[in-house]
Design a protein around this ligand. Structure first.
Ligand code: NAD
Length: 538
């Protein structure tokens, strides 16, 4: 299943993919990948061990000073070559990602590949402004001095990616890290090893200097080795359970760590919502990518007066979704990961037994592969696992609420806080509700779009994660701020320096000026301090 290098690739610099068969002296462990569409084997894939990971980190560290010192414009130009690679390889990449994950090719194209040039465009414009040294205003008590902020890269970033969007959730963090001058070691998910190879191929074709991006293939043990290795920051996207381990490993050193974890995203339907649009949206928002998105709708909280009509509309629209593999012109593929399908089955079955109504779907399809149909549940209660835990599958639980107040209360009474949406034709009310939701992103009358907006920071609160990527925050998260204060250095000493003799009254004058915002008092106080200093130095 290895990618065959094209002539262009053969001209590219030496491959930086940390291929354990080349870099690890110990025997390579392999694992078998099975197609989510057919259940057939798709080949064996390597698991990089600690030694291979450390080798990759060492290469990324060796590449760091050169890449850091490359002018930003040159770095951006090199990164922007990714656009040409995508233009040239889109069909091949989309197909491979679709086969690996089971998702429709159109989803691979739009949600995995197309987002990358969108983010590139944004960062090409934004990075020069954001990463240039800027002056900050200086308070009157620091008269005569000037403050600046600039940013310098953290170093080697360890990036660990999940399987649900295996291309964009690998590529975007790496690119964001690279822009500021970091180098990166990426560990894609073992659930989607073919997509992992596509990512490695993408970076190799970009022709970046050796070591700037290293890709280490492997499973959780490889990820754990990357957390232990000599990296300067960890950026993790995945489950809460693994996120805790990654954070613990980062805390040991300590190094900064960003966590992009799960969600139990709410979809609040107010009585005045455009129900037709809301129903269309909830179907897309809960079923796209087979519901395997951290931004998927996981709880629809629907106001009592429109609940039944909404459910009826949704049920009808769900029936139109064609389920099948990438070759069946389907709108929804199989699930990607057998273990996740078991979670879906467990949640739905337990909810059914506890009294939820399954209006459509609710049982694995009788065919090869990991197919589960679009599933609609009503009468879901907060004591059910499907209400509290992330399901991450093609299942939509609908919860009837008395009013919008109850919806907000239930939305916020969650372990998670990643994304939410509010459906109303009163945009002021929508904004008021949005501002009360304790989550990283909120949409009004929309689903999915906010995560695709390159200018908006993305990330969660509580168990949904730590930190933000995308937007300005998404570049700065990989940077250390450096504060610089400049004094022109003309005076031999500052009035506040030693000696303190005869300075207390003037110091009080300065204090009263600063606290009471009286410039005259500050100046008088400083003149007194200065005189005392001159006298003290005689
Ligand atoms: P996961 O935690 O099982 O695996 C994620 C990655 O961590 C994989 O590459 C895996 O090999 C690696 N890993 C496993 N054990 C490790 C360890 N001990 N140390 C270091 N790395 C280790 O998650 P998953 O099942 O791949 O992804 C699904 C989860 O990701 C869902 O909860 C979903 O909500 C979340 N997610 C979040 C976002 C976001 O941006 N917030 C985006 C997509 C997915």
């Amino acid at each position: 299943m290895r990618l065959v290098p094209s002539p262009a690739a053969q001209e590219a610099p030496p491959m930086t993919l940390a291929d354990p068969t080349l870099s690890a002296p110990s025997p390579t462990r392999l694992f078998e990948k099975y197609s989510p569409v057919t259940g057939a084997s798709m080949g064996q894939f390597p698991i990089a061990d600690s030694e291979a990971v450390e080798g990759a980190v060492a290469r990324a560290r060796a590449a760091f000073p050169g890449w850091r010192d490359t002018p930003l414009a040159v770095r951006l130009e090199a990164i922007n070559r990714g656009r040409d690679v995508l233009l040239e390889q889109a069909e091949t990449y989309a197909r491979k990602i679709a086969d690996d994950t089971g998702k429709p090719i159109i989803e691979a194209l739009m949600f995995e590949l197309a987002v990358v040039p969108m983010f590139l465009d944004h960062y090409l414009k934004r990075a020069p402004k954001l990463l240039t040294r800027r002056k900050v205003s200086t308070p009157m008590a620091l008269l005569g001095k000037t403050g600046y902020i600039e940013h310098f890269p953290r170093g080697v970033i360890g990036i660990i990616a999940p399987w649900n969007f295996p291309f964009q959730l690998s590529v975007l963090p790496v690119i964001s890290a690279l822009i500021g001058g970091n180098t990166a070691v990426l560990k894609p998910s073992e659930v989607t090893p073919i997509a992992g190879e596509v990512v490695a191929d993408f970076f190799r074709r970009m022709g970046l200097p050796p070591g700037v991006v290293e890709v280490v293939a492997g499973d959780g043990s490889t990820g754990a080795a990357l957390c232990r290795a000599n990296v300067d920051m960890l950026f993790f996207t995945g489950s809460v359970a693994t996120g805790r381990r990654v954070a613990a490993a980062a805390a040991e050193k300590p190094i900064p760590c960003e966590l992009e974890l799960g969600g139990k995203d709410v979809f609040i339907v107010c009585a005045d919502a455009n129900l037709e649009r809301a129903a269309e949206a909830v179907v897309f928002g809960s079923m796209a990518n087979c519901g395997q998105a951290c931004v998927s709708v996981e709880r629809a909280l629907v106001v009592d007066s429109v609940h039944d009509r909404f459910v009826e509309l949704v049920k009808r629209k769900l029936a139109r979704i064609k389920v099948g593999g990438p070759d069946e012109q389907a709108e929804m593929g199989p699930m990607t990961f057998a273990k996740q399908l078991q979670t879906v089955e467990r949640h739905v079955e337990a909810a059914r037994q506890a009294g939820a109504k399954v209006l459509t779907g609710g049982q694995r399809l009788d065919r090869a592969g990991l197919f589960y149909p679009p599933t609609l549940l009503t009468d879901v209660r907060p004591d059910m696992d499907i209400y509290r835990e992330e399901t991450f599958g093609p299942v939509l639980p609908v919860i009837r609420v008395r009013d919008e107040e109850e919806a907000v209360r239930l939305a916020n009474a969650s372990e998670f806080g990643l994304v939410g949406s509010v459906w109303t034709q009163d945009l002021d009310k929508g904004m008021r509700i949005a501002s009360r939701l304790e989550s990283g992103q909120v949409m009004i009358n929309d689903v999915f779009s906010s995560v695709g907006h390159p200018g908006l920071p993305f990330g969660g609160v509580r168990s949904s994660g730590l930190g933000r990527y995308h937007g300005d925050e998404g570049l700065l998260t990989f940077m250390n701020p450096r504060a610089i204060l400049v004094d022109r250095g003309k005076a031999d000493y500052d009035p506040i320096w030693y000696p303190y003799t005869d300075k207390l009254a003037s110091a009080f004058e300065v204090f009263r000026g600063v606290a009471g915002k009286k410039l005259g008092s500050v100046i008088r106080g400083f003149l007194g301090l200065r005189k005392a200093s001159i006298d003290g130095h005689k």
